[in-house]
Design a protein around this ligand. Structure first.
Ligand SMILES: NC(=O)c1ccc[n+]([C@@H]2O[C@H](COP(=O)([O-])OP(=O)(O)OC[C@H]3O[C@@H](n4cnc5c(N)ncnc54)[C@H](O)[C@@H]3O)[C@@H](O)[C@H]2O)c1
Length: 403
């Protein structure tokens, strides 16, 4: 008999996981504290823009394998995919995880498996276990494990299945059960370890990308100071068989890579030197882009800011440096800044600049600031750029060299 699964938090992670498990024949009970989310999902409409999710949601509801709940029903497996944001003091906020743990406590039974998928500081699974034992001292065996998620938005349904997966239990038995659970739907390898290691693995992955991008951004500042093309430098350096430098830009965005490194640094602040330095390089790169654009604006240039999303071809504005840079310039130079982002229907709150179509932005003179490498921008006729100052943080318009 496949296990019943109760999933708490039906967002970017919980909803695709719920829909996928239901499509594999498991009985899935989705729980979200937000009534608007539940109402929309109950109508068969996904509240996240992610390919395939809505079709599987609709099928799950129709077959009855997927149901929606306000409070957690009993199950064999409980999966927590609730938010873990960063507090104003850069400390991880775990209140949603603890609230979810308190919510499942009454529904728990002997031998249940509790899986945490929320990105969490080292030691969180052990803290949740402590809380559950305090709330349910009557239960003997309860198995807790941490199963970090490493999917790429836009490809979540594919990567949920194809990616290798780490599953770390608080005990060897919890690890064994967590690995067995993930094998229901993961085609990649499922790698068992202990819970704290799994927690650190997730944070190490995102901190690695943050440090590497900070390095690329530092290279971009050095190359600019020496009049060199950083993209060319990186392309040639990456021909070394053991070098893989990521791409520079206006700074790192999204709610993972810009956030998770702080979770890792918080684990041992006295040991973490490189991680805060990478975050500082990121802030310095944003400030540098603003300073260069401000110099043009001070000379009377109108500024055309291309892109507000944090990366190419998505509408996601979370922690977006493009949005922060445009808003900072708009505040300093009112009436001189326009923003273009074909993935957005309306200007985000607080932008302080009009959101206009490409043609309108280029209808008048103005300097061009490339902040997001949307495919639509790569198609801009080069003639439109002639005679304009250009700050291209993404290397979108650089001339390719052969070879
Ligand atoms: N989005 C990603 O690509 C990604 C990738 C890896 C890890 N993560 C991590 O996964 C976790 C969830 O992220 P997400 O992007 O799915 O978040 P999200 O904001 O899209 O969704 C979270 C959902 O949880 C609900 N919720 C909040 N508290 C709840 C509670 N106590 N009980 C039930 N539901 C509750 C919210 O209403 C919301 O619908 C975070 O820790 C995040 O860092 C996300």
């Amino acid at each position: 008999m496949p296990p019943r699964v109760t999933i708490l938090g039906l967002g970017y992670i919980g909803l695709p996981t719920a829909a996928l498990l239901a499509s594999r024949g498991l009985r899935v009970q989705g729980v979200d504290t937000n009534p608007a989310v539940r109402a929309q999902l109950a109508a068969g409409r996904a509240h996240i823009a992610e390919p395939e999710v809505e079709a599987l949601l609709e099928r799950g509801l129709r077959t009855g394998l997927l149901s929606l709940h306000e409070t957690p029903p009993p199950a064999e497996v409980f999966l927590l995919a609730v938010p873990t944001p960063l507090g104003p003091d850069r400390a991880p906020v775990l209140e949603h995880v603890f609230a979810a743990a308190r919510a499942i406590a009454p529904a728990l039974a002997e031998d249940n498996l509790v899986l945490i998928e929320s990105t969490s500081p080292i030691g969180t699974t052990a803290r949740v276990a402590e809380l559950l034992r305090a709330l349910r001292p009557d239960l003997g065996a309860l198995h807790l494990a941490y199963g970090p998620e490493r999917v790429l938005p836009g490809r979540i349904m594919t990567e949920l299945v194809e990616n290798d997966r780490v599953a770390g239990g608080l005990t060897p038995e919890a690890t064994r059960r967590a690995v067995a659970f993930y094998r229901h739907f993961v085609r990649g390898a499922v790698l068992g370890t202990d819970a704290a290691t799994a927690e650190m693995v997730k944070l190490a992955e995102n901190a690695f990308r943050d440090v590497n991008i900070a390095f690329a951004n530092e290279l971009s500042l050095i190359a600019e100071a020496r009049g060199l093309d950083v993209w060319r430098v990186i392309a040639l350096a990456n021909r070394h068989p053991r070098v893989n430098i990521l791409r520079p830009g206006p700074g790192v965005g999204g709610h993972c890579i810009a956030v998770d490194p702080w979770f890792l640094a918080a684990a041992a602040p006295e040991a973490a030197r490189l991680i805060p330095a990478a975050r500082a390089v990121d802030a310095a790169k944003r400030a540098h882009v603003i300073a260069r654009a401000a110099a043009l604006a001070e000379a009377g240039e109108r500024l055309i800011c291309l892109g507000l999303a944090f990366k190419a071809d998505v509408e996601d504005l979370r922690e977006s440096p493009a949005l922060a840079i445009t808003a900072a310039l708009a505040q300093r130079f009112p009436g001189q800044v326009v923003a273009v982002d074909p993935h957005l229907a309306a200007p985000p709150e607080g932008l302080g600049a009009p959101l206009v179509a490409l043609e309108e932005a280029f209808a008048a003179p103005g300097a061009v600031l490339v902040l997001t490498d949307h495919a639509a921008f790569a198609r801009i006729p080069r003639a439109w750029l002639a005679g304009r100052a250009l700050i291209d943080t993404r290397g979108l318009f650089r001339e390719e060299e052969s070879g």
